[in-house]
Design a protein around this ligand. Structure first.
Ligand SMILES: NC(=O)c1ccc[n+]([C@@H]2O[C@H](COP(=O)([O-])OP(=O)(O)OC[C@H]3O[C@@H](n4cnc5c(N)ncnc54)[C@H](OP(=O)(O)O)[C@@H]3O)[C@@H](O)[C@H]2O)c1
Length: 219
């Protein structure tokens, strides 16, 4: 990949180099949203994000997964994208849900690598669960209970909005797809939340027609 800036524009960097970051030790988990979007704002085509991506984007996603301690994902995304166990040994995927209406026989949960993040009063589940909050999931407490230093969030827009609302997001890793969504542009990387939040661009790179941008919370 070729770095675009703001630092070292023109230099070469691979996906792992791009994903390996110094993260300030704040004593709290470092939470990073990762999403792919088209320049006109679509984040899925026919209900899946896969058609927006390609080899470069998949490589980058694997690098972000190597750089984290746990993956956090909304139940809507886990269902739509048919989440399975991650290829990285030992990595676990925590699925955020209110309903606990998930397929426990799916490869993710059958593998033992999936767990659930939900509220204290949500239905019982046959897999490990992390519970915080009554009625609503207390995401700040639940994320802390995961015991991870770097939490890699793979969406979707509803979970992202809740995390932004709770002011838990330290970084946004955005991939720009060289496609236009057209009629699909009612999607967004986050549904409405009480923003705005300000982030600064700390790095960007291109691989072919894909552009990767990393924004960190303005401090
Ligand atoms: N472009 C990308 O990078 C990308 C990434 C991810 C997803 N997507 C796309 O986004 C679409 C799915 O969107 P979505 O907004 O429905 O996804 P989502 O945020 O993954 O799922 C929403 C569901 O997650 C649970 N959830 C979210 N926030 C919660 C909270 N604060 N507390 C408790 N549970 C919470 C709820 O599950 P329950 O219903 O079980 O209660 C909710 O119905 C799919 O088409 C997918 O392909 C795109």
């Amino acid at each position: 990949m070729q770095r675009l800036g703001p630092f070292s524009p023109g230099s070469q960097v691979d996906a792992d180099g791009f994903a390996s970051r110094e993260r300030p030790d704040t004593g709290a988990p470092h939470l990073e949203i990762c999403m792919i979007t088209t320049p006109d704002g679509a984040t899925s085509l026919d209900g899946r994000s896969g058609p927006l991506g390609g080899t470069a984007d998949q490589q980058m996603l694997r690098a972000w997964r190597r750089a984290c301690d746990i993956v956090l994902v909304g139940a809507g995304t886990a269902r739509a994208e048919k989440y399975g166990p991650p290829s990285r040994e030992g990595l676990r995927i925590a699925v955020v849900t209110r309903s606990c209406g998930l397929d426990w026989s799916s490869p993710l949960f059958a593998s033992g690598r999936g767990l659930v993040v939900t509220s204290i009063d949500a239905p019982r589940v046959p897999v490990e669960s992390v519970r915080a909050g009554t009625g609503e999931v207390d995401l700040r407490a639940a994320v802390a209970m995961l015991g991870a230093r770097v939490v890699h969030v793979e969406g979707g827009p509803a979970l992202n909005a809740s995390l932004l609302e709770a002011d838990l997001v330290d970084a946004v890793n955005l991939t720009f797809s060289p496609r236009l969504g057209g009629a699909h542009t009612t999607d967004a990387i986050a549904t409405a939340f009480a923003g705005p939040r300000r982030f600064v661009l700390v790095d960007s790179a291109r691989d072919g027609d894909f552009v990767f941008a990393r924004y960190e919370r303005a401090r």
